[in-house]
Design a protein around this ligand. Structure first.
Ligand code: ASP
Ligand code: MG
Length: 407
């Protein structure tokens, strides 16, 4: 007998038919003799609907009341799923995050899980029950309901798998697994059978959106093996685990594209200590996430700064850039949101030289201008104009040998 923790996303429990299918799937595991804990998200887009509802009453609701509201979405899906399982005659109990012992800090809307008190879960498992847990929520030491940030049910599932030492944490979603690229852009994109935590983290933060990045970090830290797979078929999906460098036969595992990018530039900034601090501290104070940063070569004691932020943050970031530019005596600010970030990701880059050069060659042959570049040990990203991005992704997928993986 083994313990399996699984998570079903909103699309997998969007309506009664789908909930029944999830119930059947859980029962298959139970019949095979396993213990099962299933984490679910709110039905379909119901979290978005709740946010919309809140906004009709208050443009800036408090984070505490927002958590009170949003946590109800998952309470609907856990109880309905438990009822569907009861209807088949199996012992089951649904638990909210607090009932399941998920303790978090007090950061409403983006709470971090501190620990899981497993007594109740262990007791229900010992009683032979299937357990359905509400994803995305927990309770703080101030006895307040908290939520973990959008997509947080993934993190709930990983935390439970870590706390209970589960054999695997299955993440059920509406795609077959993690792909080498977005199949809507690259028809030859193929499902990867294995990917490392680090590669998955890069792809998750690049907008591949199959897993919440924090869930991947948590899994890596606690060595929880993830299996990302479809809730609509029984195909094997993608395993996310530690991968030894020696095991890597591909240099690049994925090509990603992020259109949620705005480029902001400050011109003729005085070249002296403290300027970067002033600008990026002001952005950080406003909770704006800055991605790439470039400082140009100094000329006559002046240089230029450019950086990128998500498009949602554009207005505020430009406002702050203007204020800082005035304060420090920069000549001006410009922004451009007709750009996209194209990235190649692969743990094999660490040991293979020339990967970045090859990417630049591909873009050059397509006559695509590179506006910004950033790299990490396992990633190279280029900002290019929005309209060229898809062409770039398709060509890079071919150039790095990923078309051949097609099944
Ligand atoms: N229901 C929450 C959301 O939509 C949590 C989740 O789906 O994981 O973000
Ligand atoms: Mg959701």
């Amino acid at each position: 007998m083994s313990l399996i923790v699984q998570k079903f996303g909103g699309s997998s429990v969007a309506n009664p038919e789908r909930i029944k299918k999830v119930a059947e799937r859980i029962i298959e595991y139970k019949d095979a003799g396993h213990q099962v804990i299933t984490v679910v998200s709110a039905m379909g887009d119901s979290t978005d609907d709740l946010i919309e509802l809140a906004n009709q009453l208050n443009a800036r609701p408090s984070a505490r009341e927002m958590d009170m509201l949003l946590s109800t979405g998952e309470q609907v899906s856990i109880s309905l799923l438990a009822m569907a399982i009861q209807a088949k005659g199996y012992p089951v109990i649904s638990l909210t995050g607090p009932q399941a012992g998920i303790r978090t800090n007090s950061s409403h809307g983006k709470a971090k899980i501190l620990n899981v008190q497993t007594d109740r879960l262990e007791q229900e498992l010992a009683n032979g029950k299937i357990i359905i847990v509400a994803g995305f929520q927990g309770i703080s030491d101030k006895n307040e309901i908290t939520t973990l940030g959008r997509g947080g049910s993934d993190t709930t599932a990983v935390a439970l798998a870590a706390a209970l030492n589960a054999n695997v944490c299955e993440i059920y979603t509406d795609v077959d697994g993690v792909y080498t690229s977005d199949p809507r852009i690259v028809p030859k994109a193929a499902k990867l059978s294995v990917i490392s935590y680090d590669e998955m983290l890069e792809l998750a933060s690049l907008g591949a959106a199959v897993l919440q990045p924090r869930a991947v970090e948590f899994a890596k830290l606690n060595n929880v093996k993830l299996h990302v797979r479809s809730s609509f078929n029984h195909n094997e999906g993608t395993i996310v685990r530690e991968v030894e460098d020696m095991e890597k036969d591909m240099v690049v595992s994925g090509v990603a594209c992020d259109h949620n990018v705005t480029k902001i530039a400050l011109f003729d900034v005085p070249d002296k200590p403290g300027i970067a601090y002033q600008l990026f501290d002001a952005l950080a104070q406003e909770n704006i996430n800055v991605d790439m940063i470039i400082q140009s070569h100094e000329r006559e004691n002046r240089n230029d700064f450019s950086f990128t932020v998500g498009r949602d943050d554009k207005a505020r970031a430009v406002e702050i850039a203007n204020q800082v530019a005035d304060a420090i005596g920069a000549r001006g600010v410009a922004y451009d949101d007709t750009v996209a970030k194209v990235s190649i990701v692969g743990a094999g880059m660490k040991t293979n030289p020339g990967v970045a050069a090859k990417m630049f060659e591909v873009l050059y042959r397509l006559n695509i201008n590179i506006q910004m570049i950033s790299t990490s040990e396992i990633k190279v990203s280029c900002v290019v104009d929005d309209e060229s991005a898809d062409r770039a992704v398709v060509a890079l997928h071919t150039a790095f040998g990923l078309d051949q993986l097609e099944q």
